[in-house]
Ligand binder design. Structure first.
Ligand code: PMP
Length: 350
């Protein structure tokens, strides 16, 4: 291999996604998808798409969808950017909105895609240790940086950082872009979107993949003041990144319009999570406090990898990360009530 090529491949260290088995019938609790169908209006909007709309290119600005998101979030349409999943939105942020000459601050345990983008775009990262109870201490983030990113609730711990701490983080870093990745905020957290009108350095990123059951449609969005959103549009338009396709725009709009379905699904996930938490604790598991649609658990005496393999043999897949110090943990997505019972039954048979 040439030296050039090995340098390039070193920079391109891909993200290792959770398993997506396509053929087996498994109880899939490994990638935090929703166990519920999307709102009925989503299926209808997609099924009834006029042929003419498919013949034509989609609206590159996704104006109707962005307006609906803006209205729901109490913001203006020029404060909303949409992308093909929040991963694409985050990728744009890494590429164009961070100061690449200073390190990006992020929690040492957080979404494992962040270091991948950082490496791709030549950004140094400075991972900051969590407290012993896995919480984030925002006072650690008062150091020179080219941006700050954290998931809230954190992934894969599920622990929520209170809004007052996010405010503190923003106040301490007025000259940096602070990105709050709220992929899991709808399961019990309070969104930092409420702070957007006050802080011109804040970007809040949401996804329709989790609480709106649309992981397959690929829709995510960023909320921020107009200059930051304009920055994202410039990144997108600089390399002709695709807008959302027609079906994604229509389906996402129908989802945003059905508040009752959304609330009901979130409430059910939270109820299942709390049931599962109690049951796992009864079985001797230590369960971190979660405000997400997953639980991060470990057993004081049993190896996480052995439990993972045992569950897999029974047709239940959860997530195990091979990297210390979290290799003693399992991340379990909250499924339907039946999925949770099947998981417990499989655990009891190990
Ligand atoms: N952020 C976090 C913290 C996540 O866990 C995920 C899902 N893997 C994403 C962003 C990306 O979600 P999507 O691209 O489906 O919107």
């Amino acid at each position: 291999m040439s030296r050039f090529w090995s340098a390039v491949t070193h920079q391109l260290t891909p993200y290792v996604p959770g398993e997506q088995p396509q053929h087996q019938r498994l109880i899939k609790l490994n990638t935090n998808e929703s166990p519920f169908d999307p709102a009925p209006g989503v299926m209808q909007a997609i099924a009834e798409t006029p042929a003419e709309l498919l013949r034509r290119y989609p609206d590159p600005e996704s104006v109707v969808l962005r307006s609906a998101i803006a209205e729901r979030m109490g913001l203006a349409v020029d404060q909303v950017f949409v992308g093909n999943g929040s991963d694409e939105v985050l990728g744009h942020i890494f590429q164009g909105l961070l100061n690449h000459s200073l390190p990006l601050l992020l929690p040492e345990i957080s979404y494992s895609f962040y270091p991948v983008w950082a490496s791709l775009y030549g950004i140094d990262i400075e991972p900051l240790a969590l407290a012993e109870d896995f919480s984030i201490n925002v006072e650690d983030y008062a150091r020179p940086n080219g941006g700050i990113i954290l998931p809230n609730p954190n992934a894969p711990t599920g622990i929520l950082l209170p809004l007052a701490d996010i405010r503190r983080l923003l106040d301490m870093n007025p000259d940096s872009v602070v990105v709050i990745d709220e992929a899991y905020i709808d399961f019990g957290g309070q969104s930092a979107a409420a702070l957007v009108p006050e802080y011109d350095n804040l970007l809040v990123v949401h996804t329709l993949s989790k609480s709106r059951s649309l992981a397959g449609l690929r829709v995510g969005y960023a909320l921020g003041q107009a200059p930051l959103i304009d920055g994202l549009n410039r990144v997108k338009n600089s390399f002709n990144s695709y807008p959302l396709d027609v079906l994604a725009q229509r389906g996402a709009l129908a989802s945003i319009e059905d508040e009752a379905w959304f609330q009901q699904c979130c409430e059910q996930v939270i109820a299942n999570r709390e049931m599962l938490r109690g049951q796992l604790q009864e079985r001797g598991f230590e369960v971190l406090p979660s405000s997400a649609n997953f639980l991060f658990v470990r057993h004081p005496e049993r190896s996480a990898l052995t439990i993972f393999n045992g569950l897999r043999e029974q047709g239940v897949i959860v997530r195990h990360f091979n990297t210390p110090p979290i290799d003693q943990f399992l991340r379990i997505s909250i499924g339907s009530h039946e999925d949770c019972l099947a998981l417990l039954e499989a655990l009891d048979s190990l």
